[in-house]
Design a binder for this molecule. Structure first.
Ligand code: PRE
Length: 282
């Protein structure tokens, strides 16, 4: 099986893939849309992309691509503990006071906001397509007085020195990654399995008072538990949104289909993105 992931080697996504698919072909892509399109265009069988972080919330690029651009299914979820480290090229170990820029993925920089504010207030930050892309840039540009925020494997692979460990602002930092496939199917991963989940995206009928309340009622009276609800712009004008709902159970024959039919009868558009097992990487 070919597994696409947000690269280059040693991103957090790569760590998730190495543990979840130890014996499969891993193919790295530069951006999240590249990964998602690779599954859509049949270049790979599945792709692993980040969906949500404890400190930073949803990865909007992933959510929006799944709603607006492609018709793919989530077939599994992997939650990974995230530890961010500050690293430099060995040439720059003694030049921490002269740092000109700190590079990393936008989510990683946001996860370390307090640390950067306290210790590197005057130093500008620049976003890269991933944490490992920042580390790779440092390896290729030893003459630049730059630092990167990335994981331990990235420091090892790209020959960088970790100057400060665990600079993320809260200890309990986790990111949820999803496995995307063209069709619904079950795969077994060598990871600790947790509960099942179903994700749906719901568009409400326009200008109908109480529509969201009615959608939630369709779930509430059936005692269906939600773990997340979030709105994202429909991109058709200000004030127009769709909702992403994570439901704490697998899809069944009666209860969830019944709730979705009720939502459709209310005039909603309901897109089931997947019903899948979740896993925790210790
Ligand atoms: O840049 C990486 O290493 C990624 O795998 C992406 C990503 C993200 O999109 O949130 C994944 C985990 C961390 O939260 C930081 C960055």
């Amino acid at each position: 099986m070919k597994v696409g992931f947000l690269g280059p080697i040693a991103t957090f996504t790569d760590l998730a893939v190495q543990h979840a698919f130890p014996d499969e072909d891993r193919i790295s892509f530069r951006t999240i849309p590249d990964c998602i399109e690779a599954v859509h265009n049949q270049e790979v069988d599945v792709a692993v992309v980040p969906l949500e972080n404890t400190l930073e919330g949803s990865v909007h690029l992933t959510v929006d691509y799944l709603f607006h651009e492609v018709d793919l299914k989530i077939i599994s979820e992997i939650t990974v503990p995230i530890q961010q480290h500050l690293m430099v090229h060995p040439n720059n170990e003694s030049k921490m006071n002269e740092l000109e820029k700190i590079l990393s993925h936008s989510h990683a920089i946001a996860q370390c906001h307090q640390y950067l504010h306290q210790h590197y207030r005057g130093v500008s930050t620049e976003y890269t397509t991933s944490t490992a892309a920042a580390a790779k840039f440092l390896k290729e540009h030893p003459e630049m007085k730059f630092a990167a925020i990335a994981n331990e494997l990235a420091a090892e692979i790209y020959g960088l020195t970790i100057m400060k460990r665990n600079i993320h602002d809260l200890k309990l930092n986790h990111t949820r990654f999803i496995v995307l496939s063209r069709e619904e199917r079950s795969i077994s991963l060598p990871l600790r399995k947790q509960e099942d989940k179903t994700t749906v995206m719901v568009t409400l009928p326009s200008d109908q008072s109480g529509a969201l309340h009615q959608v939630l009622s369709a779930l509430a009276w059936r005692k269906i538990n939600l773990s997340k609800i979030e709105s994202r712009p429909l991109k058709t004008g200000l004030g127009n949104y769709f909702f992403i709902l994570d439901i704490n159970q697998a899809i069944d024959e009666i209860l969830l289909p019944g709730a979705f039919e009720e939502m459709k009868a209310l005039g909603c558009d309901v897109k089931v993105i997947g019903s899948y097992p979740t896993h925790l990487l210790d």
